[in-house]
Design a protein. Structure first.
Length: 338
């Protein structure tokens, strides 16, 4: 009995609530699908309260207006006044930041860039092979004083080597005549880009109207490129290793004229690469037999067992531009006279 009375009381209260209509200040909305005795029930969760919503809108508008207005203007004005952020090193693009690129941790990338720059440009020019000319930077051109002679004796000896300048110049001219038959894709003269014998090699090619390469190196006493290098093929390296790689990468032959440590360094580098099988054999011509037999006693090394007897066949001697070219031409079945 008590339970029935309680149920009737709750039903009466529900009827009263439904018939009373929406609460003051609120608009109630029917929720479809939820009914009580066939009538849709209005849910308090769908109430709309215009006052607070409007207040929130006004408040949001005020905040937005404040940010867009005085606050944002103040920040922007401050940046325009001192520009400290724009001038910070961290704001620079990485590839424009020399301080960043010069860090120790970036050395592998710098090595890669030195290799890639010269390689890409030579590929774009269609250069497939080179003839490398090495020799002393101190050997003067005819009529010029010796370069960096420390004593009168050195000046006399360097002056006596002047004919090698002219031979290097003539050889480069002969080689460039053949390069012209390949549309300057093969046998392009390449030197270290400096004075002396290097200048003579670039000069001979330039006078023949041929493109030629200069691979310059950064030195404490800055080396300026000689004026006969093709400007678009005048490179500069920081790392000796990358420079040496480009000397040998496309080399079809090597001519070593009288020179000092730099010339010997390059000569022994290629001899070692060929001797150890790390590089295919190419013609190596030691220009100036008298000089080289005194400066480099290969027979003595063979006698002492330091090198194999067959290693003496890795190079030959020449004393004229024509003899040097003929040795190279025979190696590749090319015309001996041009």
């Amino acid at each position: 009995m008590a339970a029935d009375k309680k149920q009737r009381h709750k039903a009466a209260n529900r009827e009263a609530a439904l018939s009373a209509g929406p609460a003051r200040g609120k608009e109630q909305k029917a929720v479809p699908g939820i009914t009580d005795g066939g009538r849709e029930i209005k849910s308090r969760y769908e109430d709309k309260a215009p006052g607070p919503a409007g207040g929130r809108k006004d408040m949001a508008h005020g905040l937005a207006g404040g940010v867009r207005g005085d606050t944002a203007h103040g920040l922007a004005g401050g940046m325009r006044e001192d520009r400290a952020q724009l001038e910070s090193r961290t704001y620079r693009l990485a590839y424009e930041d020399r301080d960043f690129l010069g860090r120790h941790a970036l050395r592998p990338q710098r090595l890669a860039l030195e290799f890639m720059k010269a390689d890409i440009i030579m590929r774009e020019r269609g250069i497939k092979s080179t003839i490398v000319v090495f020799g002393g930077a101190r050997i003067p051109a005819p009529g010029q004083p010796p370069h960096k002679a420390a004593t009168a004796g050195q000046a006399k000896n360097l002056a006596a080597l002047t004919p090698y300048y002219e031979e290097a110049r003539r050889f480069a001219r002969i080689c460039s005549l053949y390069a012209a038959t390949t549309e300057y894709r093969e046998f392009i003269i390449a030197t270290g880009g400096g004075p002396g014998i290097m200048e003579a090699g670039n000069r001979g090619a330039c006078e023949a109207g041929a493109p030629n390469i200069g691979l310059n190196i950064v030195l404490p006493h800055e080396q300026a490129p000689n004026p006969y290098i093709t400007p678009e093929l005048c490179f500069r390296f920081h790392y000796f290793a990358m420079r040496k790689m480009h000397f040998m990468l496309r080399a079809k032959a090597l001519l070593a004229f009288p020179g000092g440590f730099g010339t010997m360094d390059e000569l022994f580098e290629v001899l070692t690469l060929i001797q150890t099988g790390r590089m295919p054999p190419v013609p190596i011509v030691l220009f100036g037999e008298q000089f080289w037999r005194q400066a480099f006693n290969a027979e003595f090394l063979a006698e002492q067992g330091m090198i194999a007897p067959e290693n003496l066949q890795l190079f030959t001697y020449a004393d004229t531009a024509e003899a040097a070219w003929q040795h190279i031409a025979r190696s590749y079945n090319l015309p001996a006279a041009l």
